[in-house]
Design a protein. Structure first.
Length: 285
């Protein structure tokens, strides 16, 4: 499936009044947002394109080949921003958080319960912890905590209990095995019953919320005066963190009183945009 960047026009509007000399994108993905930003801002001298997923970077390199002189490729978490910049200030910072459509579509990586694959879920294939390890090694209490805090799954205890009982018989290795174990204890509805548990495991494997807090802190610190920080989130846990970090930082002027969401037209063309929320702010101090 072709990767379609979400809220593209809205992201461009966030930076349209800015002169961008140095720009940092923490989740470059397939390069769709980067291509549009580079086209709209020919003044960009240095574009730092960062991603934890090496395969995404390889795709983005093809997309951004016309700007090869400007783009610097970084394989790693955007939370390590300060190490990449070496104290240089940036005029713009953008992240599109969470798992990409490319990662969902690559069934072998275990992000989706719709494909039978090993329970992996690592955004960076070189990192050590997998979803399989969490499912088979964490205590029932810790699994329940993860499902409740990261997935907002109200039947978290039942889900954790049934996993622990199942793994006593044999290790849980694949997405389909985990889904079959969960089916009898999770409520059915419009959303697939395994959605919240899979989300929680993915967040835990990749430390997504911790990375977001650390990365946003570093980004705000690294912004030049009048620099813009923009974040697209896809679920309430992420959006809540962005909202409160923006509110609590006196150095920022919030430019989005409410999060910007996709239009009906965009959702029709790209259903994955339906849960996307964009917030951005300007550094004034």
């Amino acid at each position: 499936m072709e990767h379609v960047p979400v809220l593209l026009n809205e992201v461009l509007r966030a930076f349209e009044e800015s002169r961008l000399d140095v720009f940092f994108e923490g989740t470059v993905g397939a390069g769709g947002h980067a291509k549009a930003i580079l086209e709209a801002h020919p003044e960009i001298r240095r574009y730092l394109a960062c991603d934890r997923d090496k395969s995404a970077i390889e795709i983005a390199k093809k997309q951004l080949q016309p700007w090869w002189e400007k783009v610097e490729w970084i394989h790693g978490p955007f939370a390590e921003l300060e190490n990449y910049l070496m104290h240089q200030k940036i005029d713009g910072f953008f992240i599109d958080i969470g798992v990409s459509s490319m990662q969902f579509d690559e069934g072998s990586r275990g992000f989706s319960f719709r494909s039978d694959a090993p329970l992996d879920m690592r955004m960076d294939k070189e990192s050590s912890v997998t979803a399989e390890e969490l499912v088979n090694e964490l205590s029932e209490t810790e699994l329940a905590r993860i499902f409740f805090e990261y997935g907002e799954e109200f039947r978290s205890r039942a889900a954790a209990r049934t996993i622990v009982m199942a793994r006593k018989k044999r290790p849980i290795r694949t997405t389909f095995e985990l889904t079959a174990i969960l089916e009898p204890v999770l409520r059915k509805g419009k959303v697939h019953f395994a959605t919240k548990v899979f989300q929680a495991l993915r967040i835990a494997v990749n430390d997504e919320l911790g990375q977001l807090k650390k990365g946003l802190t570093a980004a705000i610190q690294s912004l030049a005066p009048n620099g813009i920080v923009a974040v697209i989130s896809f679920h309430s846990l992420e959006d809540r963190i962005v909202k409160w970090m923006f509110r609590e930082d006196e150095r920022l002027e919030i430019l989005t009183k409410k999060p910007i969401e996709a239009t009906r037209e965009e959702v029709k063309k790209n259903p994955r945009a339906r849960s996307a929320k964009l917030r951005y702010a300007r550094k004034i101090i």
